[in-house]
Design a protein around this ligand. Structure first.
Ligand SMILES: [Zn+2]
Length: 310
């Protein structure tokens, strides 16, 4: 595999599963797509069908999961599938769905990774482009923060701190590449607290949540009989989420991203802050040639749309 080239998949992938929040069964089909088209989600069940690019400017909700949409048509909980695309190195694909939420499967990205690899990666005749961070950018909310700083290879340092004996403080720090992603990140499951799950379900959320697709914590312990997949599965899942959310910039990023207690909301704010000032980044090919460097004195929406057109 030549990682300096763009990739799609060799053949269609189909899977059926339950949405974590909606509890609804959704059929999903992933199809190959042409160069420079990126990852796009197609709502097949609405008339007319709506094609939503998986880009920061289409993000409509970041409260419990990452949701993208156009008009009234949305696709929620895209982060684990986006993470799999980023982790495996798929640049271009169309994700068709007959419902509003990506299936949770086992609450990690591993099933998506396994299916993408089974379908096979296909090299495409176009260089992959990376968004390389040139200046430190940081956003914060209370004591939580996330930042992106210049670095020669994609690196993530993430720390969480939960007032729960099974989680407490956990930290992940390391270079992110395909091997690291597959071995250490992809299998980490989402997690929730029994108390909060009950509250969320009263509000129509986490309706598809179960011990099959999440690590569930009671007051002092883990309810799942099988226990954890990694001693630090919780922070690794947060890294999985971060990788998925960062991919909404439309191409792999080259930076050292450092976060503390960050979530979907801060991730999307970081991407907006990066795109707000074109001095923050340049778009490069792997041989470090600058493809295009433009100076925009415009809103992040226009700037990210401009990145989309590169
Ligand atoms: Zn997640």
């Amino acid at each position: 595999m030549n990682s300096s080239l763009q990739h799609t998949i060799k053949k269609n992938i189909t899977l059926v599963g339950i949405g974590l929040h909606s509890g609804k069964e959704v059929k999903l089909r992933i199809k190959p797509a042409p160069v420079n088209s990126g990852i796009r989600f197609l709502r097949k069940d609405v008339e007319p069908q709506v094609l939503i690019p998986a880009r920061i400017q289409y993000v409509t909700d970041v409260r419990f999961a990452t949701t993208i949409g156009i008009g009234n048509s949305t696709v929620s909980t895209i982060e684990h599938l986006m993470s799999a695309f980023a982790g495996v190195g798929i640049d271009n694909a169309i994700v068709e769905l007959d419902g509003p939420e990506v299936p949770a499967i086992d609450g990690s990205a591993y099933s998506f990774v396994a299916l993408l690899k089974k379908a096979g990666k296909k090299e495409q005749a176009q260089s992959r482009r990376y968004l390389k961070i040139l200046k430190p950018v940081a956003v914060k909310n209370g004591d939580s923060f996330i930042s992106a700083e210049p670095c020669d290879v994609m690196t993530v340092t993430l720390e969480i701190d939960f007032d729960h004996p099974m989680i407490a403080r956990q930290k992940f720090s390391g270079v992110i590449n395909e091997q690291v992603y597959e071995d250490q990140i992809a299998r980490a499951r989402t997690f929730g607290f029994l108390k909060e799950v009950e509250m969320m379900q009263k509000n129509g959320l986490a309706l598809g949540g179960s011990l099959e697709n999440a690590v569930v914590l009671s007051e002092r312990s883990i309810i799942n009989e099988e226990g954890l997949r990694f001693p630090d599965e919780f922070v690794k899942h947060k890294v999985l989420d971060l990788i998925g959310d960062l991919y909404l910039i439309g191409m792999p990023m080259i930076a050292h991203v450092q976060g503390y207690k960050s979530g979907h909301m801060l991730h999307s704010k970081l991407l907006q802050a990066i795109l707000n000032d074109a001095d923050n980044y340049e778009v490069v090919e792997q041989d470090k040639n600058v493809v295009k460097r433009r100076y925009w004195n415009v809103s992040s929406k226009q700037a990210s749309a401009a990145v989309a057109n590169i």
